[in-house]
Design a protein around this ligand. Sequence first.
Ligand SMILES: [Zn+2]
Length: 157
Amino acid sequence: MKVFNLSCDHDHVFEGWFGRAEDFDRQVEAGLIQCPVCGSGGIRKLLSAPRINRGRGEARPTHAVGKTEPDAASPPSPSSAQLELQRLWIQMARQVIESTEDVGNRFAEEARRIHYQEKPARAIRGEATPREAADLAEEGIEVLAFPMPAALKNPVQ
Ligand SMILES: [Zn+2]
């Protein structure tokens, strides 16, 4: 689900929800989107991502967007909350990396050996397919899925 901030040619701003980004273009072309305030069909997508209104101080004047301007090309800038989440995520990932042994794609095998005490108990990390993870869960072996930031997986040289 995509949420866009839309504006009509009278600068009425409203939210539009779409299954996919392309749906917006298709629905505008077909004249399916109208301004809920004035009914105008001259709808354009605003550049900024939907954000919480924190007062008028932050409101930036919306410049007129011509039909030729490729506004879809510029990605919305991440909000400070998103950056903070990302920072915490990377911090957690670093802790996981520091406190575990990387066993790569032997993860399921190693987890099983540790569980059945064929190997000394230790914290490991690695990759498991959804199937392997399901099998481990069935055997009562607890594993935690943690998405690793790509930046930490492939450290910059
Ligand atoms: Zn309007």
